[in-house]
Design a protein around this ligand. Structure first.
Ligand SMILES: [Zn+2]
Length: 401
């Protein structure tokens, strides 16, 4: 016989009850009792723990099957907030997000990543404080922080690992530095992984296998396999920029020292360089996008050709991973159907029918917000996990002691 639990010491079971409520599998005491086989009195004790920690909230009465209607409970989205941070080469974006994943407020400012970690992270902290204050919240309300950075990261420690465009950031302890202001879990990953999570969570939650490809100054991908982000042994899984392209572009030198890298052939700067050498007044990837929008034939042709090169590498990825969706994002995806057409042409031609039978190749409509949305998804998954729920219950009971 299960006896009532003391109110201060059974977080193990309380966290399990929380997962049932979070998923919406149970809404009432009776439903929890049925799903867990716990005694009603035990269920009550565990609900009390979650209610006093602020994680659950009563939301009215369920339909009655006779007698007094039972109370219903749900996740209290407003009990805590998380911070989502997207750092790019030249911008910093911060959002404050509730536990249900709703963005409450966000801000994007110019920020040069080469200034180094301290000035950039101080800026992030300042923006976060301002957003919290606007919502009438203090740093205590923050349960976790998710950060995307434009370079490789050792995810388990949150330290960048030899990031090429982030001088001064190598091995910098981002969680410890942000932890001075916000003593909460801080999760850091490279921007492409975070973008893949953002796409998966917001647009393809039912899809178990998704490949997100960012085509911008560089080319990289984030892999979702069996609903999990695949990072690889040292966090470099999906780094497609330096895979060799065969055929056209084989002899193009890449900044990494090799020849014929995908990035050197098909990323934004490569397309801009090619068009400028052929006599067009194009200096940057943004100029390429503008020329495509104006319908300039040479630019359209070059973008489609870049798509084919990307497609030749993606065909291999599709054979290896069998995704059902490939999402193309990054600044060059603003060239729309032309880039996609080149990619589709080669992927469908070079892959076996079984791999492409239900494969969709689409562009991202999130327009640069993938990273912010993904950073929020990454940290929410952690904050609402059973282990973290234990910590939140303890934190509230310490605060009220
Ligand atoms: Zn290279």
């Amino acid at each position: 016989m299960d006896s009532p639990a003391p109110q201060t010491s059974t977080p193990t079971a309380a966290r399990e009850v929380f997962q049932l409520m979070r998923d919406g599998r149970a809404r009432t005491k009776a439903e929890i009792a049925e799903l867990t086989s716990l005694a009603r009195s035990t269920v009550s004790a565990r609900l009390d723990l979650l209610l006093s920690a602020g994680l659950l909230v009563p939301v009215g009465e369920a339909a009655s099957t006779g007698g007094r209607p039972p109370l219903r409970f749900a996740l209290n989205a407003a009990s805590y907030a998380v911070l989502a941070v997207d750092l790019g080469a030249s911008h910093a974006a911060v959002a404050i997000v509730d536990l249900a994943g709703e963005v409450l407020d966000e801000v994007t400012v110019s920020s040069d990543i080469t200034e180094g970690p301290k000035p950039v992270l101080d800026r992030v902290t300042g923006l976060a404080r301002r957003l919290l204050a606007n919502q009438g919240l203090t740093p205590d309300a923050v349960a976790g922080i998710g950060v995307g950075v434009p370079g490789p990261v050792e995810h388990s420690t949150g330290r960048p690992a030899n990031p090429p465009i982030m001088p001064g950031w190598h091995d910098f302890d981002i969680p410890a530095y942000l932890g001075v202001t916000f003593p909460v879990p801080v999760l850091v990953d490279n921007d492409v992984n975070v973008m893949a999570l953002g796409e998966h969570t917001t647009r393809w939650p039912e899809t178990s296998d998704l490949l997100y490809v960012k085509v911008a100054t560089g080319i990289g991908s984030g892999i979702i396999s069996n609903r999990r982000l695949v990072r690889g042994a040292l966090g470099s899984a999906g780094d497609l920029g330096h895979v060799q392209v065969s055929g056209r572009g084989e002899d193009v030198a890449c900044r990494c020292g090799n020849l014929g890298c995908l990035e050197a052939v098909a990323a934004g700067p490569a397309i801009a360089k090619e068009l400028s050498e052929s006599g067009l007044t194009i200096e940057s990837p943004q100029d390429v996008v503008a020329a495509v929008e104006r319908g300039e034939v040479e630019a359209v042709r070059a973008v489609r050709e870049a798509g084919r090169a990307i497609g030749s590498v993606l065909a291999t990825c599709v054979s290896l991973l069998n995704p059902s969706v490939v999402v193309v994002g990054g600044s060059m995806s603003a060239t729309g159907e032309y880039l996609l057409a080149g990619i589709r042409e080669v992927v469908y031609r070079r892959s076996l029918p079984l791999a492409t039978h239900q494969l969709r190749i689409v562009s991202s409509p999130l327009h640069g917000r993938e990273a912010l949305v993904g950073a929020a998804a990454m940290v929410l998954e952690d904050v609402l996990s059973p282990r973290s729920v234990d910590a939140l219950i303890e934190r509230r009971s310490r605060a009220s002691a």
